[in-house]
Design a protein around this ligand. Structure first.
Ligand code: PLP
Length: 392
């Protein structure tokens, strides 16, 4: 039996997406910039893909730029903003729990003279809105706050942050922009740029978290926002992001967007039921644990600490039974610092809670029957470790 619970790292591609991409690669291989018929066919396919991606934002297709991944979308915003000519505005407000795709460009900008304010979080990874209000001053150029945290699943209050930004700009005559890294939010919470995200200016997303292909992302930039391009060259993407387009992946991403956004509420309900089933099972069956995810977190993530164990050892033990989980984000697992996850550290967890943390991340394909199997194996892995100290 295989139970894949690492969907925040990446998801299994929808078969329909794979079929469409194979068909596009075979039959639609022209360069969308070419003037002949094959080029026009590729351009038409791109147009349809972009339209489907835009529908995830309820936006116009020309507010969507295709990128190579979520990381590139985030870098485009931060590096683009830094080059926008607003000489006195040198402050960027972000959080201490962003993905490295935001934190690393921020660190680079800090080295170049920008002031970076990293908002702290509480033990459920929630920011303090008053802290954000206090940090917001006339020299601020950008606020960048993720929509959903990838390690524990906390949903950030973007509607509220948007309102604060709008009001601040109105009263101070400033043009502070708001960006969100919504890589873990797409397909799980609404990214409607006319409703919930009506005051958000830029949104980063990635296809491989929603059963789309790897190596393709998108950046929504609201009409009228002046952001300078990051990748320069032949002028594709209306001059905003050069490079010959990855036509099959754009088509695949478009279909994945359509499939994961349509009927989202029912899917979220199902995923919440599976997540809560596992959480309740862990709480009642395994002693001395800490649930790090908030109750009202995203449906796809459950982070739990099993103090007295090592997450990494439990992960490999579970793998022997066909269960795939993570110790945190895939990135922080590979580039671990001696202190462990920067998110769990920012939440103030104790060392043994960080060391024993596991992330279970769900997709629409998981079932409660699978969770019964996981629970049994997890319980014996945790109890075995606690009794013997280690499996090695
Ligand atoms: N932002 C968040 C919150 C993520 O979880 C990830 C991937 O894990 C990224 C950005 C990077 O996306 P990509 O893998 O498409 O570069």
């Amino acid at each position: 039996m295989i139970v894949y619970l690492d969907n925040s790292a990446t998801t299994r591609q929808y078969d329909e997406v794979t079929d469409l991409m194979a068909d596009t690669a075979k039959n639609c291989y022209g360069n969308p910039s070419s003037l002949h018929g094959l080029g026009l066919d590729a351009e038409k396919a791109m147009k349809e893909g972009r339209k489907r991606i835009a529908s995830a934002f309820n936006s116009s297709p020309d507010e969507v730029t295709i990128t190579s991944c979520g990381t590139e979308s985030d870098n485009t915003v931060l590096m683009g903003i830094a080059r926008t000519p607003r000489p006195r505005a040198k402050k960027i407000i972000t959080t201490a729990v962003e993905h490295p795709a935001v934190l690393e460009p921020c660190a680079e900008l800090e080295r170049r003279g920008f002031e970076i304010v990293r908002l702290g979080v509480d033990n459920k990874c929630r920011i303090d809105i008053d802290e954000l209000k206090a940090a917001l001053t006339e020299d601020t150029i950008l606020i960048s706050v993720m929509a959903v945290n990838n390690e524990v699943g906390t949903i950030m209050p973007l509607r509220e942050i948007g309102e604060i930004k709008k009001e601040f700009n109105k009263t101070h005559g400033t043009k502070v922009l708001l960006h969100t890294d919504a890589v873990q939010a797409l397909g799980k919470i609404s990214l409607d740029t006319k409703k919930e995200l009506k005051d958000v200016d830029m949104i980063s997303v990635s296809a491989h978290k929603i059963h789309g292909p790897k190596g393709i992302g998108a950046l929504y930039v609201r009409k009228g926002v002046n952001l300078l391009p990051f990748v320069l060259g032949g002028g594709q993407e209306r001059g905003f992001r050069s490079g010959t387009e990855n036509v099959p992946s754009v088509c695949g991403f478009g279909l994945a967007c359509e499939m994961s956004v349509k009927g989202m509420n029912e899917r979220v309900e199902k995923m919440n039921a599976v997540r809560n089933y596992l959480k309740d099972g862990i709480v009642s069956e395994i002693g001395d644990i800490v649930v790090n995810s908030p109750d009202d977190g995203v449906c796809s993530v459950l982070n739990v600490s099993f103090p007295g164990t090592r997450g990494e050892v439990i992960l490999h033990r579970l793998e022997q039974d066909g269960i795939y989980v993570s110790t945190g984000s895939a990135c922080s697992s590979n580039h671990k610092t001696s202190k462990g996850s920067h998110v769990l550290n920012a939440m103030g967890l104790k060392h043994k809670e960080i060391e024993g943390a596991l992330r279970f991340s769900f997709s629409e394909f998981n079932t409660t029957e699978e969770m019964d199997y996981v629970l049994g194996k997890l319980k014996s892995a945790v109890e075995g470790f606690r009794k013997l100290g280690s499996f090695r």
